[in-house]
Design a protein around this ligand. Structure first.
Ligand code: C2E
Ligand code: CA
Ligand code: CA
Ligand code: CA
Length: 274
């Protein structure tokens, strides 16, 4: 904190209080929002890189219909993680998504799981309960976890990944390329997929450094027998380069935005009618 003049301190404190008040307000609203069923789940298609067919969807939480306007997950997930509200919120997403996707038998479902959930000893039991209640086949369910947790608790994380895999589920490493996952770690975890973060796709053009980096990441993952998904694919140029680099699955606005379940069902009808 810079403390050069009184004015600056006052400005800094005001900003700090603003941020804190906002967080407190959101924290209180998350609780109310859960009680009032304000949250929704949207689904974004993931397509096979070669055929272009939708093979799975990623469930993404949405909080529309608030008087102040919709909040995106980046604005409230972190707060929910800090307050513990991520536990009921995460379970809501899992249960809703399993119910929504159960009838779409050809589509797999991928759900984001926060480190705090993954760490929770009750989580495995809760997942089993949801799968049971919704009759969702574990083989169609995948969790996406980020590497932060893995680095902090490698042994526990490996055990949890193994436990979920034993039920037939798969686990993907999310946001690959944004952290410090070593090749050693990548090998020890039984990830079925890695998801290349969209930030790595910026500047993807023939011969660019970004392309070399992504190509390297893809061949590394392939060498370790993992499937590779690229997220945030917005242009045909990116898709072309990713295909050429051996990426298996693609996700991004080029193929479809996150959408409500009704739109996804319509899209599935179209796809499987052709
Ligand atoms: P993520 O897991 O990396 O999800 C991908 C994000 O990229 C999503 O943002 C998605 O809407 C966005 N995206 C997809 N394709 C494109 C594209 O072509 N261009 C651009 N610019 N963006 C694209 P979203 O939905 O705002 O979610 C942000 C983050 O919030 C997620 O990042 C994830 O970390 C977290 N999140 C979302 N839903 C959940 C949830 O149910 N549970 C937990 N724990 N986290 C969630
Ligand atoms: Ca994700
Ligand atoms: Ca990401
Ligand atoms: Ca993320």
């Amino acid at each position: 904190v810079k403390t050069q003049g009184k004015g600056e301190i006052a400005v800094y404190d005001a900003d700090f209080d603003q941020g804190r008040l906002r967080r407190l307000a959101i924290e209180a609203q998350i609780g109310k929002g859960l009680n009032r069923s304000e949250f929704e789940v949207f689904y974004q298609p993931v397509v096979d890189a070669d055929t272009g067919r939708m093979v799975s969807v990623e469930a993404l939480i949405r909080w529309p219909g608030r008087p102040e306007g919709a909040l995106m997950p980046d604005q409230f997930i972190e707060i929910a993680e800090a307050t513990g509200q991520i536990h009921p919120l995460g379970l809501f997403v899992l249960e809703r998504a399993c119910r929504d996707l159960a009838p779409l038998i050809d589509i797999k479902l991928s759900v984001n799981v926060s480190p705090a959930q993954f760490r929770d000893p009750a989580f495995e039991r809760q997942v089993a309960h949801v799968l049971d209640q919704t009759r969702f086949p574990p083989a169609r369910l995948q969790f996406e976890i980020t590497e932060g947790y893995l680095l902090a608790h490698p042994e526990r994380a490996i055990r949890a990944v193994e436990a979920f895999k034993a039920t037939g589920m798969s686990v993907a490493l999310d946001d690959f390329g944004t952290g410090f996952t070593s090749i050693h770690y990548l090998r020890s975890y039984g990830f079925s997929h890695i998801k290349i973060d969209k930030s790595l796709l910026v500047g993807l053009s023939p011969g660019s450094k970004a392309t070399m980096l992504v190509t390297g990441a893809i061949s590394l993952a392939c060498g370790l027998d993992m499937r590779v998904i690229a997220e945030g694919v917005e242009t045909e140029t990116q898709a072309e380069l990713l295909r050429a680099a051996g990426c298996h699955e693609l996700q991004g606005y080029l193929f479809g935005r996150p959408m409500p379940i009704a739109d996804l069902i319509a899209l599935c009808r179209e796809q499987f009618a052709t």
